[in-house]
Design a protein around this ligand. Sequence first.
Ligand code: ADE
Length: 285
Amino acid sequence: MPTPPESIFRPGLFDGRVALITGGGSGIGKAIGLELGRLGCRLVLAARKQERLDATVAAFAEQGIEATSTVCNIRHEDQVAAAVKTAVDTYGRLDFLVNNAGGQFPSPAGHIRTKGWNAVIETNLTGTFLMAREAYNAWMEQHGGAIVNIIADVQRGFPGMAHTGAARAGVDNLTKSLAIEWAHNGIRVNAVAPGIIFGSGYENYDPFFQQVFLDMRKNIPAQRLGTEEEVANSVVFLLSPAAAFISGQTLGVDGAGSLWRVNWEVPEHDNMPRFGGVEVPESPS
Ligand code: ADE
């Protein structure tokens, strides 16, 4: 695997610490693992596919990073409990939880079937809650810790993927509730909302969508897409002592994209109901 540039953080920053990362076998989760691991953190990588986890654990080992893996579908309570138990049994502690696993599919809202809706909510919202609850009950309630939830840029809705927008907005709110409820346990809970990130999934897109994806840079004030390493750096910051007084926050990592255009065209129409009889001219005559 390509090694990103030297870490911006202090070597040994997370010596003696243990992190559980869902979706840790690939993409942003893997980038977070690499950065935490390079800084001395021991890792438990949770994901659904054993082969991918094995490959990532082996790649990390080559870089001197200590990682173990656990197959876990975050929609299943028993597997979530087992993943947390693996961390505590293997390393004797659990300092950090990174709720990175998630999944969705593009669809106009009118075409989302109940089964698809429920699946996306169960993965992104309920799965995140289950992971946090188990980490709390099994370890963090007594020992403290830090949690980072990876969500998405959903502040202005998420047209085209309404299900995940609703789920991620739910996690944004959950982040605040848990930050308040668990503050007295010494637990900080924050979220990171990545914008458009150029990642390992790019190669799997068809050529047309690859172009659409790259063109999204025009909608970002930074005029470029973000990288997985840039998301990882924000997570590492939030887990680190540098963020000791930060909790209940959602940090956008989006090149200011959340403040500007959206990747959605509203069709030309004149269908919005009006109150009263005043006609507003379309443009000054
Ligand atoms: N990644 C996408 N969906 C997931 C799930 N249900 N469990 C774990 N990782 C996932």
